[in-house]
Design a protein around this ligand. Sequence first.
Ligand SMILES: *Cc1c(COP(=O)(O)O)cnc(C)c1O
Length: 411
Amino acid sequence: MTDAHHLNVDQIIAREGQYLAHNYHPLPVVLTRGEGVWVWDVEGNKYLDFLSAYSAVSAGHHHPRILKAMVDQVEKLGVPSRAFYTEILGEFAEKLCALSGMDRMLPMNTGAEAVETAIKAARRWGYRHKKIAANQARIIVCEGNFHGRTTTIVGFSSEPDYRADFGPFAGGFDLIPYGDARALEAAITPETCAFLVEPIQGEGGIIVPPEGYLKQVQDICARHNVLLILDEIQTGLARTGRDFCYQYEIDRPDGLILGKALGGGVYPVSAFLTRADVMEVFNPGSHGSTFGGNPIAAAIGIEAVRLMHDEEFSQKSTKIGEQLTKGLSALQSPLIKEIRGKGALIGMEIYAHEARARTVCERLKTKGLLCKETHETTVRFAPPLIITDSEIEWALEQIADALQEIGASHT
Ligand SMILES: *Cc1c(COP(=O)(O)O)cnc(C)c1O
C-alpha cells in the first residue's frame, strides 16, 4: 500500500485517518488536479470549487501567470534567507505599500505569523511610544474573532473548541462584542495599545458589522492613541469588492494584515503592513522568519497583486456577489434563514431545525459543487474571482436542487 495509484478513494481516506492528526473533518472527496475554477478527484469527477481555499485561491487554480512567476523565480533563486538581500523583496514591499497606503511591510508566511507580528509591533509601540508601563500593554479583540491557531492567538479566541486544554495562555487581551463601537470605547484603558479586528468575520460565520462601524472605531482609536489593526487575511485583495474591505469606510488603518490570496493559491505568503513609526520598533534580531519574504514568495505576491488589477478582481467580486445573492434569494428556500456578506464572500445561514450546514455541503459535493460549512449553520460561498456568470448560474442550480432534496427528505 505505498503507491497512491493502487489505492481507491476509501483506502486513501483511511490512510490519512491512520497517519495524520485528526484536526480536520474533510468532505469525502480526494482531489488530484485543479484548473481555473474546477478541480478533479482521483476518479475523474469534476467539481466547481466554491470555497477557493477560504479565499486563498482567488485567482483560480493553476493560473498561468502565477505559475510562470513562481517557476521563473524558482529556477533563478529559491530561499536564501534574510541573512542576505535579494533583488525582488523590495519590489514586493513597495508594491504592497503603494497598494495599501502603508509605509512599511514585514513579510511572513502564514496568516497566524503575520498576526503574531502585528501583536509584537503593537506591544512594542505601546511601550516605546505610548509609554505604557512594562508588561502592561493590552490589545482589544472581538468575540467571534478568528486570527489563526498559535497559542497566543487561540488564547484570545471566544470559541471553546479552539482553546480547550491548550492553556496556559498569554494575557493582555480584552474581548468585546463585535460590531459595537461603544463597547470599544468603554474597554479602552491607558494600557490599550491596539484594537485588532476583522472588517468582516470570516470563520466567525461571515458576520458583517453595522454600516459605519470601521469609521467609528477608527475615530475612537485615533482619539485614544490606540492602533487600529485590521486582519484582512480573508477579506483583503478584492474578496469583498474592494482591494481591501476597509476601503468601504476608511482611507487606511494603522496596521494591516494580509495572507491567503497574497500567495496566489500556490504558496504561503503573508505580511504585516503599518506606518513607519510603528514598524520602526523592530530592530535586527527582534523578529524574523527563515522563509518569510523569500524570493519565491515575493515573485508570487507581486504577480498576485498585478493579476488582481489586470483582471479587475474587485469589480468581478462585486458582480459575483450580486449575482449570487440575487440567485440565492430567488430560491425562496424554506431552509435559508439569511444570506449575508459582501462581494464574493457570502454566508448562507440554514435554519438549525431544518439541517446542518455540513449536510448541505455533503449534498452539494454529490452535485459537483465544493463548499465548506463554518460553524453548525452557515455555508460559506467564496468562489475564485475568475468565475463566469454561467458557472455561477450552474452553481445556483446545484444549490437549489440540494436544498430541495434535503427539504423533501426531511418532511
Ligand atoms: C485564515 C485566517 C487567518 C489565519 O491564517 P493561516 O494562514 O491559516 O495562519 C487569520 N485571520 C483570518 C481573518 C483568517 O481568515
